[in-house]
Design a protein around this ligand. Structure first.
Ligand SMILES: Nc1nc2c(ncn2[C@@H]2O[C@H](COP(=O)(O)OP(=O)(O)O)[C@@H](O)[C@H]2O)c(=O)[nH]1
Ligand SMILES: [Mg+2]
Length: 337
């Protein structure tokens, strides 16, 4: 994150806060910590009951409660939740991302853990997610479905490829090293979640959370978790339709967060392509002595000019983003003092 001075300032603020928290950190604090396990559901009657039981039988030193946020299930999901006597909220809007944002407004717990209702993420791994948070070693902990702990076939090949491309794009833009930007198994303080500016309604919420957290200089810690094959109802994620939606959102998010890199790449693209007709024109001038290929002159000029415009847009956007972050930093400092 060396490319951003504003993040440097956030970093300083974060380090100060972290030091203060570490000094006051005790086992009693951990025991007093409340955790809300938020489960977004849409027609998961076959798996939700078992998942609730598994969460309830966890042995963790914190006060754990469960909140199911339902997207309008038409199967027996609601009945199962009622039978299990679990807190159930029906979301107002549509989509998993919207459900997660609405659920966060419903909880008064200190920490939120998001987990899918399809029981593909093992709740037994939850202590791994909570530990770095409780020890103040991370601001967001993500369960990463690395190959070694993943059941064979749990993620389709196409989705693995998509995940890799998104991780690479994020890591290039943010200078990070995330390995599973699409994971839905995440833990963070409720306050932190509410500070993230999230607009995603659907499955883009995960990449948005990752980039937003990185842009704010928050520490993302990834812990390897198991990941099972979906055995209940079919997935709600359409790899093509949702993949395109995620890619589109990621492009816009990165454009908003690191505009100079984003438009800088477009600039480079135009310049590299523009060199070809420019070379042609130069070669003609040197060998023939005069330029006859006017289309090549026009084409290379257009490409260079378009590239230059992209660069100017990138520089201006970067200035806007940096001053916005500075303002955010000043406001948060004011609110803290
Ligand atoms: N509340 C709510 N939950 C949803 C919605 N769409 C999907 N889910 C739930 O979100 C979780 C992740 O969805 P899933 O289909 O497993 O996606 P995948 O894990 O990416 O294949 C599951 O528990 C779904 O039941 C929705 O529109 N609203
Ligand atoms: Mg799932």
């Amino acid at each position: 994150m060396s490319d951003n001075k504003a993040i440097g300032m956030n970093e300083a603020l974060r380090l100060r806060k972290e030091k203060e928290m570490r000094e006051s950190y005790t086992i009693e604090d951990v025991q007093k910590t409340s955790v809300e396990v938020i489960i977004p559901t849409l027609n998961e009657e076959l798996t939700i009951g078992g998942l609730i039981d598994r969460i309830r039988s966890l042995d963790v030193p914190v006060n754990t409660s469960i909140l199911v946020i339902d997207g309008g299930s038409t199967d027996g999901t609601i009945e199962v939740c009622k039978r299990k006597n679990v807190r159930l909220v029906t979301q107002r809007g549509r989509g998993k991302g919207k459900a997660m944002r609405e659920a966060a407004d419903e909880t008064s717990a200190d920490i939120i853990v998001f987990i899918d209702a399809d029981a593909t993420y093992p709740p037994e791994d939850m202590p791994l997610l909570l530990q770095p948070l409780l020890e103040h070693k991370a601001d967001m902990v993500v369960g990463s479905r690395i190959a070694s702990k993943r059941e064979k076939g749990a993620i389709q090949r196409f989705n693995v490829l998509g995940n890799k491309i998104f991780n690479k794009a994020i890591n290039f833009a943010m200078g990070s090293s995330v390995t599973d930007s699409l994971s839905g198994y995440r833990a963070l303080h409720t306050k932190t979640f509410k500070e993230l500016v999230l607009f995603s309604d659907s499955f883009e919420i995960e990449v948005e959370m990752t980039v937003e957290a990185l842009a704010r200089g928050l520490r993302i810690s990834e812990v390897p978790i198991g990941y099972g094959v979906r055995t209940g109802a079919p997935t709600k994620l359409d790899p093509f339709r949702d993949g395109i939606k995620i890619a589109r959102s990621l492009l816009f998010i990165l454009m908003n967060v690191t505009p100079l890199k984003f438009f800088g790449l477009i600039f480079l693209g135009f310049i590299v392509v523009g060199f070809y007709p420019a070379y042609f024109v130069l070669h003609e001038k040197i060998t023939v002595g005069e330029i006859t290929s006017i289309p090549a002159v026009v084409l290379s000029s257009l490409l260079f000019v378009t590239g230059a415009i992209a660069l100017v847009v990138g520089i201006l956007s970067e200035l806007v983003v940096r001053s916005r972050r500075r303002l955010e930093y000043l406001i948060s400092k004011k609110l803290d003092s």
